[in-house]
Design a protein around this ligand. Sequence first.
Ligand code: ZN
Length: 447
Amino acid sequence: MKMRHSYVGFLLFCALFAFALAAHAQDKVDLSNSQMPSVVTIPPEAQPSDHFDPKAARDAYLAQIPAAARARSDAYFEGGYWFLLWDFLMAVVMYWAILHFGWSGKMRDFAERLTRFKFLQTFIYWAEFLLLTSIIEFPLGVYEGYFREHKYGLATQTFGPWMGDQLKGLLIGLILGGLIVMALVAIVRKLPRTWHIWGAIVTMLFMIFTVMIAPVYLVPIFNKVTRLDDPKVTAPILSLARANGIPAHDVFKIDASRQSTRMSANVSGFGKTMRITLNDNLLRRGSPEEIQSVMGHEMGHYVLNHIYKSMIFFLVVIVTGFALLRWAMEWALAGHGERWGVRGMTDVAALPLVFLLGTLFFFVLTPIMNTYSRAEEAEADMFGLNASRQPDGFAQAAVHLGEYRKMSPGRVEEWIFYDHPSGRNRIYASMRWKAENLQLFKDSAGH
Ligand SMILES: [Zn+2]
């Protein structure tokens, strides 16, 4: 019996490896001479005139992207759809195997042999589980996160530092994941009838805690965050902040170029740790107008309270998830628990089932989570245009972000896969804004 199980385990591992190879084969693309234009000029169609047409202006912006660059970013982004599927299938098969072959029960038995203390048993189980799943997922992860990123020219790290970051992430997962798993297992044991409610509340509080500590304690583990000290850049940004009632005295800069060539900025943290950060790629490659438009967008997230609203949204998702989890776990354990060697709901060996069901839940929810995010991003876009009054800067940013996002998806495609509005729609929104505020540009152009 033992022999057969380890044999099946090996086969499974091979199958997952084949997955990675299949994924590799399906996203072959010619990458020669396919960079996005670094300087995006304002095309004639987007210059202020009496016959300014937002659609023509948008198309003129899109036409600046060389066909090869477009093919490359389309291939990268569409490949991502498949990885969504591969990652999902891989996770489902893996968690199922850990249950089906009794590995979960064995890991629990091992933890119980090491110590009498329940809390410690839970933590040891978590460490075993995390290590096992990380090893199984490694082949696909290393392709997706390292080789593929290099292939598309998006990664800047060599393998050593990349691996170092992975190990740091694993350690954080060990500590933070260990804490939440210990708390949740204790809740299931102490409150067998209402654990799904308390579990949801504790998970939510834990998420808030993580978001709060992230900018100050987690981000610096991977990157260097410094105060931006160049008044040429910070003065217009801080002016924009003051004009919009944001009590910021500093703008932060992160050395994202350590890992990637992607341009981005973000609002992170919660309460006193909330801050606006722009990455060094944006700073290096973006024009002043582009930087201001992106900062306007980030300030939109702040002023429109997106962090708080997202938390309410997540609360709904998590409460629903826990209710479904309880129902599905009772059903699954009644039918298969004994065969899996899982003693019941209070047994930590049921954890792979929690992950299996959670993976299913969030896979199905993908379009809803993306649509929620995309709606907030569109709001921030509008706020950013109104605040910064840099429609051409924002169109330029949309082209640059198109290096890793497909510019012109179909309607359904955007609905399912996009957590930000597509570049095409962002440029259109910018040009629409410009059309309605043409006076501002006619004056400055001296007409
Ligand atoms: Zn945003």
